[in-house]
Each structure stands twice: as C-alpha cells, then as structure tokens.
Design a protein around this ligand. Sequence first.
Ligand code: SF4
Length: 345
Amino acid sequence: MSEKKSLLNHTPEELKDLLSAMGEKPFRAAQIYPWLTSCTPFAEMSNLSKELRGKLADQFTEGYPEIETVAISKDGTRKYLLRLADGHLVETVLMEYEYGRTLCISTQVGCPMGCVFCASGLGGLVRNMTAGEMLGEVLRVNADLGPGRNISNIVLMGTGEPLLNYHNVVRFLKMIHDTRSLNIAYRNISLSTCGITPAMLKFAQEGMPITLCLSLHSAIPEKRSRIMPVQQRCDLHDAVAAMKHYAETTGRRTIYEYILLKDFNMGEEDAEALAVLLRGQICHVNLIPMNGSVGDFQGPSKKEVYQFQEKLQRKGISATVRRTLGQDIEGACGQLRARYMGNQE
Ligand code: SF4
C-alpha cells in the first residue's frame, strides 16, 4: 500500500490540478486552502461534501505536525517541539517583539554543518524537510496562538542549513508569500546561511528580496575554521562577496551574525579583521552573546559584550547586540530537541 501524501505540501495551483485529477471542480481548492491554513482536519471542513472529505482522507493526510511539547519562557518566548508525520522531532521558536510575532523555523531534521557552539549539529543530518513540513511549523503555531494573534515575521535560523535544502526552501518561501496562503511580505522574512556560496549566488536571482544573513562568527579564516567546519569548503571571503552581490541585486541590506565567545573572537584583532572585511558594504552586524558554555567556549560578560560593540562602532561598523530571549527554556538552537531526545533513550 502506498503512503498517503500530505495535502499541505501542495501550492494552491497544484491543489487545483489535483482536484481536477480526482474528478472534482478546481474551485474547490479555494474552499480547501483556507481550512489548511488554519490546521483544520478534513472531517471538519464543513463547506465540503461528506463524499469529498472522505475522498481526501482516503488519499491524503492534512500534513500538520503535532505539538510534542512546548516550553514557555518568562519573557513570552515559546519553544515548540513538533512531531512530523514520520515521527521525527523539530524545534520551532516563537518570539514576541514590539513590531510583531517572529517564528524561527527549522529547515532540516538535524544539521550537517557541525558548528561547535550549536546543539543542533550534534547528531548530524537526518533528512531535509519538505516545503509542506516547514509551512506546517508556521500553521501549527498560528493555530496554537488562536485567531488574531498571527505570526508576522519568519526567520529561517532554526535547525539546518537552509541553502542545502534549496529547492524545498524556495518552494516554502513562495508558499508563505502567496496571498491565498499566509501572504507574508518578503521583507518580513530572513534566511541565515553558514555561507554556501554557489547557492547564495543562485538565490540572488530568485526575485525574492528577503533579508540574507551570513553566520560569520569570525573574520579570521583560521579562527572561523575552528568553530565552523564549512570554512574549509566555502571561504568567508567568497561568502562575503556573495553577500555583496545579493545586496546589489536585491537592494536589501544584508546582516552578518557574530556569536560572541569569551577570549576567542572578541579582541582588537577580531574587530579590526571584521571592519576590514565589511568596509564599504551596506550591512549590519548582529552580535549574539553565547549563553553559558559549550565545550571549550564560554559566554562573555555584559561588559565584554558592550566593549566589543564599541570597538566595532569606532571602526564605523553598525552593530547591535541581539536581545537573548527564552534563556530560561533552553532558547539556543537545538537544546530542547537534544535534551528531549536524550530523555527518550
Ligand atoms: S548553527 Fe545552524 S548551521 Fe551551524 S550546526 Fe547549528 S543549525 Fe547547523
């Protein structure tokens, strides 16, 4: 018996074709899609005939992930652990800002990149997520929040390297931008990459002017190699050139992410290397103080964070310190999933 496919993995156009192939009128797609975006089961799609609901349930699953657990921080951050149809778990984090609700989604189950400061890479890559599964992360959290409390911003910064799942990520971005789906403006979407240079160059041509972020973390190649194995395959200078190309092609300011590791990447030589690397670019640096300690690395004190920010600003680099949300609920990437899976063993 063949496995049922997820209906959520279809665009509104594909849904029309699919219904036609089932002998149904294509306009039914316009009735079904709003139900899908509110995570409604087939049985409750009340404007469809009982017969059609039965046909859909026989051939498809809706494709929504289930909430395995949710941790809620004192600051309002919610970390969801979602179970996909095949049982795999992914993390999705909801953050509340003055300008709206931002959801940080995962794009792969596990991650192949092996950044030493990140719990998500510990078990390596399990598999790519489909566009429908990424859409399911957004829809499930929207449904959990309830009517009128929708997510306005999406960041692809959770588990996984989005540009190594290129086809599905581009498809997902088109899906959430579609006016018949969530109608999220491209300017409200950010994607973070470790610097997969060929994919960055290709992405600049997609006509989707989202904000592109590069996880840089050191402007000194030898140091970057120690914390990010990707440096050995894709050099940071090539990645920065691709960022420049992206900004010129799309007209969007780019963002560089820089995790602050005490006594490692916060000295005068680090600030100088960063200033030289980014000079003349329309970009911004997000400083992310590491929380606690991982392996040989420790998070800096508040004073050290602001000293490094000042060093950069004196060199003409626009830099802000990212507010760390959800510290009391294992807010860093991959921690909840790693702990949960450890408890299941
Ligand atoms: S920081 Fe991102 S790219 Fe690096 S291992 Fe973690 S999830 Fe993967």
